[in-house]
Design a protein around this ligand. Structure first.
Ligand code: 13P
Length: 340
């Protein structure tokens, strides 16, 4: 039965489109602004997000934008709310609702995500502010002796509680269990941990009655750790390992998988997504929900100055278009060059 939840979920993974994650918390956006020598003031954060959201043509490749609590309440320079700016360009507003990670009791090298307390009331407010989908990120790290099944279990339980609450309040949950790529692990180790994690997450989602057709999964790709001694995997290797893993554990009822970029380079994230889609068609739509891989070039072009807003928009539009092509398996090195 089609519900408005499944309609929204499917609209977020419409052909040629994916999601912009612009929901950096105050700490994370400060780090990004530090890298371009810009003070992280409320006005600069607003100006930066307004620049991204007013890139003409971006809506051809961007179905939705994930906002941070501050941003969903802000206004563009023309007086419209930033939510209105998105809506009027045909982009669906979403909201990050987790409250970040904290050390896990009894296993302090691991993290659990906070934010369930009071969540239903916050969802009601976000819905009134225009959010039609939400995001909650859980983090699973790979190192000596971790992850523990305990860490995977508590994070999966929280993800499912969040997802059920969202659906109760008419908001599509994006369920994000991120296996980090920071370690020195191999692609096989990433595959094993990603499989275990997704298995546990789907068991919890089903146990807590989450309607799979009314959610999206936001996972990591199956990829070696950044410090892996064997170096990088090729896009074809990443695609094979990722699809082999997801076929085992992601039910076909889930309308879409929207990958995070997780510290991959801009073109690397595009090439890997493209290779995954070249193996398709798959049981689910396979698209992107990138933060850094969509924004790094725009941030560097902008440098905190309004005078550079056009250059920032151009850089963002280019990455959005390239990922729109990759989302169909149609990206080429030539397209990358010609469009720049
Ligand atoms: P990255 O693509 O930079 O990993 O960000 C996506 C995201 O929303 C992480 O929660």
């Amino acid at each position: 039965m089609a519900s408005s939840l499944s309609e929204t979920a499917r609209a977020l993974v419409a052909p040629g489109k994916g999601i912009l994650a612009a929901d950096e918390s105050s700490g994370t956006i400060k780090k990004r602004f530090d890298s371009i020598g810009c003070d992280s003031t409320e006005d600069r954060r607003r100006a930066y997000r307004e620049m991204l959201f007013t890139a003409k043509g971006a809506a051809d490749a961007v179905s939705g934008v994930i906002l941070f609590d501050e941003t969903i309440r802000q206004q563009a320079s023309d007086g419209r709310t930033l939510v209105k700016v998105l809506e009027e360009s045909g982009v669906i507003p979403g909201i990050k609702v987790d409250k970040g990670t904290t050390p896990l009791a009894k296993s302090p090298r691991e993290l659990v995500t906070d934010g369930l307390d009071g969540l239903r009331a916050r969802l009601v407010e976000y819905r009134e502010l225009g959010a039609r989908f939400a995001k909650w990120r859980a983090v699973i790290d790979i190192a000596d002796g971790i992850p523990t099944q305990y860490c995977i279990d508590v994070n999966a339980h929280a993800l499912a509680r969040y997802a059920a609450l969202c659906q109760d309040e008419g908001i599509v949950p994006i369920v994000e269990p991120e296996v980090l790529m920071d370690g020195s692990h191999s692609i096989e180790e990433c595959s094993r941990v990603t499989t275990d994690t997704l298995h546990t997450v789907f068991n919890e989602l089903i146990a807590q009655r989450v309607e799979l057709e009314g959610m999206l999964l936001k996972p990591n790709m199956v990829i070696p750790g950044k410090k892996f001694s064997g170096g990088k995997a090729t896009p074809a290797q990443v695609a094979d390992a990722t699809i082999a893993c997801f076929r085992e554990v992601v039910p076909a009822a889930v309308p879409g998988i929207v990958f995070l970029s997780g510290g991959q380079g801009d073109e690397e994230a595009t090439a890997n997504l493209d290779a995954i889609n070249k193996l398709g068609p798959h049981a689910w739509q396979v698209s992107f929900s990138y933060g850094r891989a969509l924004q790094a070039a725009a941030l560097n072009a902008w440098k905190g100055a309004d005078a550079n807003a056009d250059a920032g928009r151009k850089a963002f539009l280019h990455r959005a278009r390239m990922n729109g092509l990759a989302r169909e398996g149609n990206w080429t090195a030539d397209a990358e060059k010609s469009a720049s």
